[in-house]
Design a protein. Structure first.
Length: 423
């Protein structure tokens, strides 16, 4: 009877140790991949790898359910052993809330098409918040508990070796004297990797920027300083734009770019519409700001979960530009080029003719800043914002399909928002 209980207890301890270990490795991977996915900086470097990383993050996030559920099965027992240890109980609850919160909000983000932008926004907020609260606590936990390696009697998660010394083996029965308790896995090894990786992720961008400076490349900060649309004359807002009829945008844009932020001035900026058109048109800035603009209020949704509501955009409807150039019969696709020289996307002719698809020049009554795609960006309110090409400077009408930058790297060709009036 006593032996049976003992065996049970040993098995239980071992299970807790391995749950804890699996959990630690998964959280480490998820934290690092999550930070890489979050940082706008890494978009340029990762490219296609970003989409792979996203799927790895999602699937391993789902795998995290296994240790959580497995722990919950053992929780009653573990809880009993924590009797009187209030701070450790609090720790367990904190970790469970963290993990379950991450998993649930992660699932909502993963299933963004089912849940829609409002739920994605909330989920992303929770996912980020838990990260900024949880990561420091986890790092602190990993570091402080190293000390416990030397005092295993203080640990609540112990293996059979810790509890009873070496496992007694062999034909001679239990002749081995119990040796000093040994940790089953080295938390120290884990921490070394975690700290190293953490430092690499945090300092990586700084290092690359420093390299850029060493090679005379302008840094992000220098671009940011040059952030307003510096083209002259400044566009004069229509009365609906100033003050913005939408009341001003709610939320903030995350600056996304897959290249360095390009900078434009009157000498190097132009806007062209060509391809299968009746007449190719090209404007310089003075000519482009003279075109008749309209105003719309619309929401802006990134597929990664954040949105900016009630943007008052002022610009030229894409359909107007297309009509000015005249469409040839074979033209089926509107290919959109960014002045960054890399990013492209496309719309079908029918989509391009939707009345809310706009070549925007102003946001909330002000020129669109350089970081946010100014002087001119596309706005596609019924589609996810990867269609919203920043630094738009060329439109080409073509016959064949064109697969855009992110679509080539795994994003869905169908960018419609849930509930959009698809055409
Ligand atoms: N040229 C260019 N346009 C782009 C992108 C980009 O990386 N480069 N990212 C797209 C994506 S995925 C989003 S969500 C929005 C983000 O716009 P913002 O950087 O102004 O917030 O721009 C879209 N247009
Ligand atoms: Mo996006």
């Amino acid at each position: 009877m006593k032996k049976g209980l003992e065996r049970l207890r040993k098995g239980y301890g071992k299970k807790l140790v391995s749950i804890h270990m699996w959990n630690a490795w998964l959280v480490l991977f998820l934290a690092l991949s999550g930070l890489l996915l979050l940082g706008g900086f890494w978009r340029e470097i990762l490219g296609e790898g970003r989409v792979w990383l996203k799927w790895a993050h999602i699937y391993l996030g789902l795998v995290l359910l296994i240790p959580v559920v497995y722990y919950l099965l053992l929780a009653v027992k573990h809880w009993r052993r924590l009797k009187g240890k209030t701070s450790q109980k609090a720790n367990v609850i904190f970790v469970l809330i963290l993990l379950v919160g991450w998993i649930v909000s992660g699932i909502v983000l993963w299933q963004f098409r089912l849940t829609g932008p409002r739920a994605s926004n909330a989920a992303l907020f929770i996912h980020d918040l838990l990260t900024w609260v949880g990561l420091p606590v986890i790092i602190y936990h990993s570091i402080t508990r190293t000390k416990w390696l030397k005092e295993p009697q203080k640990r609540t998660i112990t293996s059979e070796k810790d509890v009873t010394g070496e496992v007694h083996k062999g034909v001679h029965g239990n002749s081995t004297p119990p040796s000093k308790p040994q940790p089953v896995y080295t938390r120290r090894g884990f921490i070394k990797i975690a700290v190293g990786a953490g430092i690499a992720v945090t300092l990586g961008p700084t290092f690359v920027r420093w390299m850029g400076r060493a090679f005379q490349l302008p840094s992000m900060e220098e671009y940011a300083a040059d952030n307003a649309n510096s083209l002259l004359p400044e566009p004069v807002p229509l009365p609906q734009s100033a003050p913005p009829i939408g009341g001003g945008a709610e939320g903030s844009f995350r600056v996304y770019t897959v290249t360095d932020i390009p900078s434009f001035d009157n000498s190097n900026w132009s806007f062209t519409i060509d391809g299968l058109v009746d007449k190719k048109l090209s404007w310089n800035w003075e000519q482009f700001v003279a075109l008749q603009r309209e105003v719309q209020v619309s929401d802006f949704h990134c597929v990664t979960g954040w949105s900016v509501y009630k943007n008052t955009w002022e610009g030229i409807p894409l359909s107007k530009l297309i009509d000015m150039a005249g469409v040839q019969n074979q033209a089926a696709t509107v290919k959109l080029y960014s002045g960054d020289g890399v990013y492209t996307d496309s719309l079908t002719m029918a989509q391009a003719r939707m009345e809310d698809v706009m070549v925007a020049v102003m946001h909330d009554g002000k020129p669109i800043s350089n970081q946010l795609g100014g002087p001119v960006r596309l706005v596609t309110p019924q589609m996810y914002a990867y269609k919203s090409v920043k630094w738009l400077n060329r439109i080409e009408l073509i016959q064949e399909e064109h697969i855009g930058y992110w679509e080539q790297r795994g994003y869905d060709n169908d960018a419609w928002l849930p509930g959009a009036n698809k055409v």
